[in-house]
Ligand binder design. Sequence first.
Ligand code: SF4
Length: 690
Amino acid sequence: MENFSDKITVAKTAGFCFGVNRAIEIIEDLLSKGEKVFTLGPIIHNPQMVENLRERGVSIANDIGDVTGDAVLVIRSHGVDLKTIEQIENAGIRYVDATCPFVSKIHKIVDKASKNGEIVLIAGNKDHPEVLGIKGHCSGESYVFKDEDELRALAEKHPEITDKKVTVVSQTTHSKILLQNCYDNFLKKVFTNSTFFDTICLATAERQDEAIRLSQKSDLMIIIGGKQSSNTAKLRDVCIRNCPTYLVETADELPLDRIKGAQHIGVTAGASTPAYIIKEVLTTMAETINSNLDENFAEMLEESFKNANTNGKVVKGTVMRTTATEVYVDVGRKQFGLIELSDLTDDPAAKPDDIVKVGDELDLVILRTNDQEGLIYLSKKLAEIPKAWNELRAALADGTILEAPVTRVNNGGLNLSYKGVRVFVPRSHASLSRGDNLDELEKKTVRFKVIEINDEKKSIIGSVRNVLSDEKKALEDAFWASAEVGKHYTGTVKSLTSYGAFVDIGGVDGMIHISQLSWARIKAPSDVVSVGDTVDVYIKSLDPEKKKISLGYKDPDGNPWELLKNNYPIGTVVEGKVVNLTTFGAFVNILPSIDGLVHISQIALERIEKPADVLKVGETIKAVLTDVDFEKRRVSLSIRKLLEEEAAANEAEAKAALGDELTSDEAVEAAAEESAPVEESAPAAEESAE
Ligand code: SF4
């Protein structure tokens, strides 16, 4: 914003935008060559400017048929549909396409989407020439909506399109707020398969943002521009929410009474308002309030278009918008500044949002200007190079650790890019040990120390290893200062051997012996842990002189001897697998890592020659726990005892069965005895009857 006087502040963005200025310049150029010029419709929505051009011989063709003689037809910055271009060409009319590059970009987006079979939604005013032109570049289905209500109505009328592939663009001068509301409240929720392109022109967005800020600080806003101009009307709409706002086409329309009574007046102008009209309006305002006019104001407005040979110049730019691959910046000119990702950073993993934020002020080097695109290409990296060299020199002097992305890995080592300056790290300095795979570092950010700068060769040598070894040493010192037997650590398994696992417990490695890895019998450490596993360990023993650390890993709650003590009293019948046979007995595994011995005398009821006569390795057997020596970790088992018990039980059962049998014989006998007297008494009875 420019302080025009103590009461009047003029928006920096007031006046012609890049696209309009380009179109006017094209006409001026044709007039200067003596060409007769037609414009297809008014070149801009500003009647005063159109009249000015008409007086200088520029005619308006409402239709292609209006173009007469050997004239040149200028297509205005709004652009036209494809059919119109075809008609112009078929009619053999000479023409110059002054379509704003930002509008042409939308034509390309919708053309591609249509060819891909997608439906195109255009946010904007359906009767606006720019929207008609965009629609005319859609070869497939397309719809226009102005706001959330119209979009809602569209979805209700055509529910079938809501889940189809949809591309959404907007008129370049559409309201940013309106579009954002549409997107947040409806579009992304209902059109679930849509791709949204923010095609609001930065000139519009920037103009609207600055107008909002200015109106918040003012008690009166004057918007200068054509009443038919869509972007001028939007400026009025965004300002009127904050303070009384007047839209004027010329100085004659100024509300002089309101201006006299106002304390702080903000002024802005539409993208199609010529500088001379802005100056006229400001002059009248200054006279009304007796304020001084800055004589150079009109020149100041035009200055921002100038593009003197400034390639290589360092300029300041403010970040306006970031995309996935680019950053748009305001460098105080009508053209937009563009920093492509490769000119922003060498970090291939970084996105613009990681590096800059909207509103950041940057030092930038102008690479080139492209008037066809309306862009000034800029480099942040180049602007940082002198600063980066100073930082690298300082780091060499004081050993500061710096960070930089690895841009290339080759046989010789690593190439880093420190803020655009190449730093070479020889292979011997790239990692702690020579065998390390450097390919993994590609595109990663590494920390390094500068170890040499050769000014003649402009080369810088760095070392990653020096950083890593210093850190390792610091960690080792800290570890040995506090290490003690029994202390617990969380570590990472680094490597495995046949006899154990090496674990990094914070800069130093300790070893878990295979016997310490599990209570159960294991064949190899890999049965229990893998490289990269996180493990909880404790120090079993330490040798600070030899720097050896022996680690324990087994969980005390899983100690099988404790399980045996608590849950297996003497006399318990246990089950286990025969794991070994010797001449004096059989070893039976009854719990993880506990094998009990069944002495040869305890294997069978009868005497046997050798255990193998009765048992086989791998066989599951049952035995009685007869004795445990917890100190010597010996367990005695007896199969014989179990057999004896079983035999005794069988015998008792047999006896019991025999007893039952006897009882039943006696019963028969008793029954017989009972029946006998009857038979014997019969004769008696017979005897008595006789
Ligand atoms: S407002 Fe933007 S899109 Fe429209 S003509 Fe100007 S620069 Fe081009």
